[in-house]
Design a protein around this ligand. Structure first.
Ligand SMILES: C[S@@+](CC[C@H](N)C(=O)[O-])C[C@H]1O[C@@H](n2cnc3c(N)ncnc32)[C@H](O)[C@@H]1O
Length: 276
């Protein structure tokens, strides 16, 4: 981890993702993967392209990028050691490293494309991270970003927190997030422009996750602040809490268990053209 960041929001985010890494790999990464493939789709990649994924998490997009650039250089970086530790590695695969998005250890102009899937809103200074992506991109290289739409209320989460309040679980410190700077296509396009990218394009697409009661429990106990808060309960109190939660959720119409959000996808190009 970088020097001088211990105790800051970035270090706390990295510690949390490290604690959630296995749940993330099992539950959340497969749900986001199709969106990450969708993000990469319009990015021009030759078979020998150099591609960097910033915030690669457990690295499940890296194999897809390798297929798109079989003779290229595929690199994944992430600030959370525990996430990177679960990324696939080996001969012929991507290389992975622990790195902060605002301080990438690569030379200027060393990549044809930089992908930043579902991570920019976790960076305290997203503009600095985008400018750093621009620095490591060659002239004409492409950046691609996904973010979430505005927070929509989710009934089961409210029930989860009500029952945890009742059980006396402390509320965890929220993560430092910057979603409001990029939670619709116009904002994301403006951020890309401000960071110096040209030809910004952005779109918003509905995200729908159909879960049953057990699916919600698996998700809430598996990762995220819902898990952190659940695990603050004494082990002997967890079963009673889950019984109450299950009972209340079973009384809701199935439609209320469906999680709905929006995914905001954006692309831009570093100005200039490579001289041939
Ligand atoms: C929601 S996960 C997304 C992981 C992966 N891109 C995916 O779509 O499955 C966010 C990731 O961003 C990483 N992250 C957060 N802040 C970061 C930073 N400043 N630099 C690099 N990675 C960061 C976290 O460690 C975490 O692995």
């Amino acid at each position: 981890m970088g020097e001088g960041t211990s105790g800051t929001g970035v270090a706390r985010t990295a510690e949390r993702f490290t604690a959630w890494a296995e749940g993330y790999r099992e539950i959340w990464a497969p749900i986001l993967l199709p969106w990450n493939v969708r993000l990469a789709e319009p990015v021009e990649l030759s078979p020998v392209a150099s591609v960097l994924e910033v915030g690669t998490g457990v690295g499940n997009l890296l194999g897809v990028l390798r297929q798109r650039a079989p003779r290229g250089r595929i690199v994944g970086v992430d600030y959370s050691e525990g996430m990177v530790a679960l990324a696939p590695r080996g001969p012929g695969l991507a290389s992975v490293a622990v790195m902060d998005a605002v301080r990438l250890g690569f030379a200027d102009g060393s990549f044809d494309a930089v992908l930043m899937p579902f991570m920019l809103f976790l960076v305290p200074d997203p503009l600095a991270a985008l400018r750093e992506a621009g620095r490591v991109l060659r002239p004409g290289g492409e950046v691609a970003v996904t973010a979430w739409g505005p927070d929509a209320p989710y009934g089961p989460l409210a029930v989860w927190n009500e029952e945890l309040d009742r059980a006396g679980a402390p509320r965890p410190q929220p993560m430092a997030r910057t979603d409001e700077l990029m939670d619709d296509p116009a904002k994301l396009a403006a951020l890309l422009t401000e960071a110096g990218f040209e030809d910004p394009r952005a779109t918003g697409e509905p995200f729908v996750l159909d879960m049953d009661v057990e699916g919600v429990i698996r998700r809430h106990t598996g990762l995220g602040l819902t898990r952190t808060r659940y695990e603050s309960l004494a082990p002997e109190d967890r079963r009673a809490f889950l019984d109450r939660f299950r009972e209340r959720l079973s009384a809701l119409p199935p439609e209320e268990l469906v999680f709905r959000d929006e995914v905001v996808l954006g692309w831009g190009r570093r100005p200039g053209r490579e001289l041939s």
